[in-house]
Design a protein around this ligand. Structure first.
Ligand code: GLY
Length: 574
């Protein structure tokens, strides 16, 4: 692997790097200019396509595939690139899920969700009176779960074709020599400045003297050194040795719990996919410890028995049905879903046709069903995360959602290692009935326990057509809005006949049982809102919901790829 050919580097530990604007990040056989790039939102490619949260990362993914890498190579290189250029959610200090279908028909799902440290305990976020201390699970050292991303990358490697050293080099170069930040990134870094200063114990590359502005170069030299240790030593370059020492030293500076043993013992897990039929289609998504696949299955199966297309797109009839389905699925989430290694999740029942259709027995098409009247079914479970959709020329499909939880996670940068740690502990139910950052309520199934994975909503998803050929790759960030966003996007394509970019550009709505309200994006149809209110629904406008990345395979085999307009998300391919 050729190393980057950088001509001029001026660096001191105390000043931001100023770098010649002609440098390139070298990927095998090609060069990517990290200082001049454009954002492509949607395109049709013949061979391979990537959609993700940053144009530099999608370009690197496409270049890797042009040079003989497959979708798994691209998945590794894109995640590592996002760990550098999409600092608020791309990560090596967080975790995620991969759902893939190889061209040979094999399904692969990898769980690299964070775990609670060994020293974690059920009531660790309660004060002596039993009140929940929600800031502690959201910010700073104590909010961090044991990171899973690097283990996930190495669990993906057996399916890749190129050496890991090649796949990580673009990320190292981006961190070492910097890249131009976008306007969105500049304002997000400026807005989080105070929180970085409060939760990091030393100055970090993410805080600049003065305000960040679009076009500034962000250099992350310590992160580059950490990535080089991973390049040289593999997963041990993160979970053992110097990086582990730095993480544990950072933990000790405050009241963080992650130990060397926690890091050494972390393992990614191969899970069975959550697979179900929707009409003639096969949908493949993530099983627990994500709630995403089960919720998506329940929502889609409720639609299966109704002529939703005939109701009309975002007509009050179709929206009401979808809202009531969402209400019931989230009630189940709060009781039945958690880490399957610690809690028996009744997956078979929750996804069975009979159970799901019974859940709608009290549905009334003329009025809202109050959430107080809905309990979990009776059985004898800054919204910053990021999604990557990839297909290669052979037809290998990869769908990955990965997260630090909150935007920039715990806001704690590991001193000397240059990366942000997650605040994923907030995804546990820190006290029954106390909502987490997303307003989600939980109980025993998702209580904190050492070594346990916190319940997720991430829903990396694939859809196959009736001949089991690739049809859709989809996913999004957005906390609890993730399964509902994936659901609405799939319905937009499969029922309302939209193409990928139409499907993701439409305004979204969301209901999660509690709070009992329909949240809608600003652009949502005002007439539908009026009619919902007349039926007894509380409808509240909120900020953007999700950032979908979708690839749709056209009948002639070409790949239509679309990145969400709600951020700097971009597509690339060839
Ligand atoms: N941290 C968001 C999720 O996993 O659902």
């Amino acid at each position: 692997m050729k190393k980057s050919i950088l001509l001029i580097i001026v660096y001191t530990a105390f000043i931001q790097l100023s770098i010649a604007q002609s440098q390139k990040i070298v990927v095998p056989g090609g060069a990517v200019d990290p200082y001049h790039y454009t954002i492509e939102k949607s395109k049709v490619y013949t061979n391979a396509a990537v959609a993700c949260a940053h144009p530099l990362a999608s370009t690197i993914g496409a270049e890797i595939m042009k040079q003989g890498g497959n979708a798994f190579d691209a998945a590794i290189a894109v995640q590592l690139a996002l760990a550098v250029v999409y600092t608020n959610a791309g990560n090596i200090g967080g975790g995620g899920f991969l759902v893939a279908k190889q061209a040979n028909g094999k399904t692969i799902t990898i769980d690299y969700r964070e775990t609670a440290p060994k020293k974690a305990s059920r009531d660790m976020y309660l004060d002596e009176k039993g009140n929940a201390l929600t800031d502690l699970s959201l910010f700073g050292h104590k909010s961090c779960g044991v990171p899973g991303t690097v283990a996930g990358l190495f669990a993906t490697l057996p399916y890749a074709a190129l050496p890991f050293k090649t796949l990580i080099q673009p990320a190292i170069d981006l961190a070492e020599f910097g890249y131009s930040i976008t306007e969105g990134e500049a304002s997000s870094l400026n807005a989080t400045r105070k929180s970085f200063e409060e939760n990091s114990t030393a100055p970090t590359a993410l805080v600049k003297k003065g305000e960040w502005k679009a076009g500034d170069t962000l250099v992350q030299r310590e992160l580059a050194e950490t990535l080089k240790r991973i390049q040289d030593k593999g997963a041990k370059g993160f979970y053992e040795g110097k990086t582990a020492d730095l993480i544990v030293a950072e933990m000790k500076k405050q009241d963080g719990l992650i130990s060397k043993k926690d890091l050494k013992n972390y393992t990614a897990k191969i899970r069975s996919a959550l697979e179900f039929r929707y009409k003639d289609y096969t949908v493949i998504s993530m099983a627990p410890p994500s709630s995403g696949g089960i919720i998506l299955c329940q929502l889609m199966k409720i639609m299966e028995t109704k002529p939703v297309a005939s109701y009309g797109f975002q007509n009050v009839k179709s929206v009401q049905l979808m809202v009531e389905a969402e209400r019931r699925a989230f009630a189940d989430r709060s009781v039945y879903m958690g880490d399957p290694d610690f809690w028996k999740v009744p997956v078979k029942t929750l996804t069975s046709d009979t159970y799901i259709q019974n859940r709608m027995a009290d549905f009334d098409s003329t009025r809202a069903t109050p959430s107080t009247g809905i309990k979990a079914g009776n059985i004898n479970e800054s919204e910053e995360t990021t999604h990557i959709s990839i297909i290669d020329k052979e037809g290998n499909m990869v769908s990955i959602t990965t997260t630090l939880n909150n935007s920039y996670g715990s806001r704690t940068v590991v001193f000397g290692a240059g990366f942000l740690l997650n605040d994923e502990m907030d995804d546990f139910s820190i006290k029954p009935g106390v909502p987490n950052m997303y307003g989600a309520i939980g109980g025993e199934a998702n209580a904190i326990h050492p070594g346990k994975r916190m319940l997720s909503s991430m829903t990396p998803t694939l859809v196959l057509d009736k001949n089991m050929n690739p049809l859709i790759i989809a996913g999004t960030p957005g906390g609890t809005t993730i399964p509902t966003s994936v659901f609405q996007t799939l319905i937009n394509i499969l029922e309302f006949g939209m193409n990928a970019s139409e499907a993701i550009n439409k305004p979204k709505f969301h209901h999660q049982w509690l709070p009992d309200e329909v949240m809608v994006e600003k652009e949502f149809d005002q007439e539908t809102i009026k009619q919902l209110r007349a039926m007894g629904y509380t409808v509240t406008e909120r900020g953007q919901i999700g950032r979908m990345e979708v690839i749709r395979i056209l009948p002639d085999g070409r790949r239509e790829v679309a990145a969400d307009p709600r951020g700097d998300d971009a597509v690339n391919g060839f």
